[in-house]
Design a protein around this ligand. Structure first.
Ligand code: SF4
Length: 271
């Protein structure tokens, strides 16, 4: 193991952040945590994750549930298409069993390379780096140049200490979250500073657009109302205080995505 990896793991042993899914190797619990954590803060995910798994403790429970119920359990996390893809993944897992390699896991709906690597590593012990934007930022700084695609994969695979992939992946995540932040990293207290080539490397992500007035807001409103039962566009607009035209536009997009459909009167969730 390299000195840098040893220093990082030593730091991780003393500063590890707690999260309920870090104490399990159940692939379903890990998959749900990873899908929920995409673009959502951990503090908001934890209570939702607990409630979701209480209702759907195994993929089969989620697979068999009406879609409206899955969406209702997802409410508050946003990006509802993630819930739909998760249920589709649960259906496939229920029918065919778990794929156990990072490559095979990518065949599941909604599971990209990062999520597949995270599940393969944390649940099945595969020795792979889980590459997301945080890991990319940290490793680019170690390398002293922006790493992308093949170069990033190669650098990460070399940096990862064989046999310690789970702790190493978690350690890089924690370092990225607490010390090696996008802007003004706290290099003075960084456990791997002596092996870091250039802390100025990395382009900070563009700030997210305003939520208010956004398509995301209108889509969220539609799903929120329809998980309680069918409603017309005007009813949704009135209940949510959003202009009818924006609700109508959101309904059109959600219909194209096969999330909602016409009901006898108005709209409903497509189960
Ligand atoms: S020295 Fe600074 S830039 Fe480099 S890994 Fe540590 S916190 Fe990040």
């Amino acid at each position: 193991m390299s000195d840098r990896a040893a220093a990082l793991l030593d730091w991780y042993g003393r500063h590890r952040r707690d999260a309920p899914w870090r104490d399990t190797s159940d692939p379903w619990r890990i998959l749900v945590s990873e899908v929920m954590s995409q673009q959502t803060q951990v503090s908001r995910v934890i209570p939702k994750w607990r409630a979701f798994l209480e209702r759907f403790p195994a993929p089969g429970d989620c697979a068999a549930a009406p879609r409206s119920e899955v969406l209702a359990m997802w409410s508050g996390l946003g990006y509802n298409s993630r819930a739909i893809r998760l249920q589709e993944a649960a259906q496939l897992i229920d029918e065919e069993g778990w794929p156990t390699s990072s490559k095979a896991l990518q065949a599941l709906p909604g599971v990209g390379p990062y999520t597949a690597a995270a599940v393969a590593c944390f649940a099945f012990g595969e020795q792979v780096p889980a590459i997301d934007t945080n890991l990319r930022r940290v490793l680019s700084r170690w390398a002293g140049l922006p790493l992308d695609r093949g170069a990033l994969e190669e650098y990460a695979s070399t940096a990862l200490p064989e046999g310690f992939a789970e702790d190493w992946n978690q350690a890089v995540m924690d370092l990225a979250a607490s010390i090696c932040s996008p802007r003004e990293p706290s290099c003075a207290i960084c456990p791997v500073a002596e092996w870091c080539a250039d802390p100025t490397v990395y382009e900070p992500p563009r700030p997210q657009g305003r939520f208010e007035g956004s398509t995301r807001e209108a889509r969220g409103a539609v799903i929120r109302v329809l998980t309680a039962g069918p409603a017309t566009a005007d009813e949704i607009a009135e209940r949510e205080g959003i202009e009818s035209a924006r609700i109508a536009a959101a309904l059109e997009v959600l219909e194209a995505e096969r999330l909602v459909t016409h009901a006898a009167v108005g709209w409903r969730i497509l189960d």
